[in-house]
Design a protein around this ligand. Structure first.
Ligand code: SF4
Ligand code: SF4
Length: 400
């Protein structure tokens, strides 16, 4: 990334934090509140927003299923009033979709909304799609996902993990999505991005092709103001906006102090229609759902966020500033993401799949007397790589 651009981002962040742009005025969701009775007979208040031009009316907090293969937790989420389940073709090597399939079997089709995702084969260091990224490959993966889920169609299918404008507009994938929509296998077309988000969001808007954008968006992003502007433009253009990566761990052993405040920070933006926290326990689910009782940030929550905003935590910003710096051409952002999967998500199979897919040499980071990579948030890149790379040696049956 251009140094001038990063400097502007730092400047914007500090300026906005100073004048109050870090926090927005609370949105008025009063008209869209609903009372929901959970499985224990307890009445809860859910706040609904409409997911852009899809017209889907959803509670603002839903479930990112990614880190859970517990059918009872997914069942409890649906029974508690959650409608939207977010999964992907690659999560848990397909098991994630299979477990969801067992949970939704027999439930009325209009009682839940399912989003899945397919990521095209790509060069992990550059994000450029390879020759294997064909219309047929994309459609084949969708068919496998539908089979695992036991469904004729998914409500949203995302073009997944997009980090470049040309990828967002990549014709073979657009053709596949169009065909799948015509054949009734998907209702709405989405795109996800957790790297270089402003560029991808702008491309999605320009394309006039996508219905939904799912983007990383959190208070620790150095360039959150740009992401926020992009989201505003996209929402204005009628796209539905899903926020992800709202809650990040502070260190390898300490989760962030105030996950509730992190989620509220994203939802204070009225252009974000829903978020999909990846809760893995019943207690976490209850905490997340309770946020809808009052979406406004209290003064102490604001203080916590301001305090934590400058901590790099475990979250790779996806700014790509490190790209091209490694003398061995290692895909640093992907390796930092794998590290986050291990220590933040505690999702070892995802980390192992990602590391193995990178086709790295047997020895990495051994021949450099000093690491040349400068990370914009100060990660000890080579230290994290040496740590996470060990996951290649763990037999996959120990992890799955
Ligand atoms: S130490 Fe590792 S990450 Fe750093 S430059 Fe060398 S190979 Fe690349
Ligand atoms: S590793 Fe650091 S420099 Fe590279 S993309 Fe992530 S945050 Fe940016």
């Amino acid at each position: 990334m251009d140094r001038k651009l990063m400097d502007r981002r730092h400047f914007m962040k500090s300026t906005l934090a100073g004048v109050g742009g870090f926090f927005l005025l609370g949105s008025n969701d009063k008209k869209q509140e609903k009372k929901v009775v959970d499985t224990k007979g307890k009445e809860k208040k859910f706040v609904y927003r409409t997911l852009g031009r899809t017209g889907l009316k959803l509670p603002v907090i839903n479930m990112g299923v990614m880190n859970s293969d517990n059918p009872n937790l997914i069942r409890a989420a649906l029974d508690s009033g959650i409608i939207f389940l977010d999964t992907a073709h690659g999560y848990m090597r397909g098991r994630n979709e299979e477990v969801i399939g067992t949970v939704i079997k027999g439930r009325p089709r209009d009682s839940f909304v399912i989003a899945s995702k397919v990521v095209p084969p790509q060069n992990r260091a550059t994000g450029i799609y390879t020759e294997e990224a064909t219309t047929e490959d994309f459609l084949k993966k969708l068919d496998i996902s539908l089979k695992r889920l036991g469904l004729d169609y998914v409500d949203i299918l995302h073009h997944h993990g997009v980090s470049r404008r040309e990828s967002a507009l990549f014709e073979p994938v657009l053709k596949a999505l169009e065909k799948a929509k015509q054949e009734g296998k998907i209702r709405f077309i989405g795109i996800t991005t957790h790297m270089n988000e402003p560029e991808v969001i702008q491309a999605a808007v320009d394309s006039k092709f996508y219905d939904v954008i799912m983007t990383a968006y959190n208070y620790q992003q150095k360039y959150y103001a740009e992401v926020r502007d992009g989201i505003a433009k996209a929402a204005q253009a009628g796209l539905g906006i899903i926020g992800m990566k709202a809650i990040r761990g502070a260190t390898e052993r300490i989760p962030f102090k105030n996950p509730v405040a992190s989620l509220k920070w994203v939802l204070q933006d009225p252009n974000v229609h829903i978020v999909v926290p990846g809760f893995t326990t019943f207690d976490q689910m209850d905490v997340d759902l309770a946020i809808m009782e009052d979406l406004n940030l209290s003064d102490s929550e604001k203080k916590d966020l301001q305090k934590e905003a400058s901590i790099p935590g475990l979250y790779c910003q996806g700014c790509r500033e490190c790209v091209g710096q490694c003398s061995e051409g290692l895909p640093i952002p992907d390796l930092m993401r794998a590290y986050m999967y291990v220590y933040d998500y505690r999702n070892l199979s995802m980390a192992q799949d990602l590391v193995v897919s990178l086709n790295l040499p047997q020895q990495v980071c051994r021949d450099c007397s000093q690491c040349r990579v400068h990370c914009s948030v100060g990660f000890d890149v080579s230290g994290k790589i040496k740590d996470v790379i060990r996951i290649r040696e763990v037999p996959s049956e120990f992890i799955a």
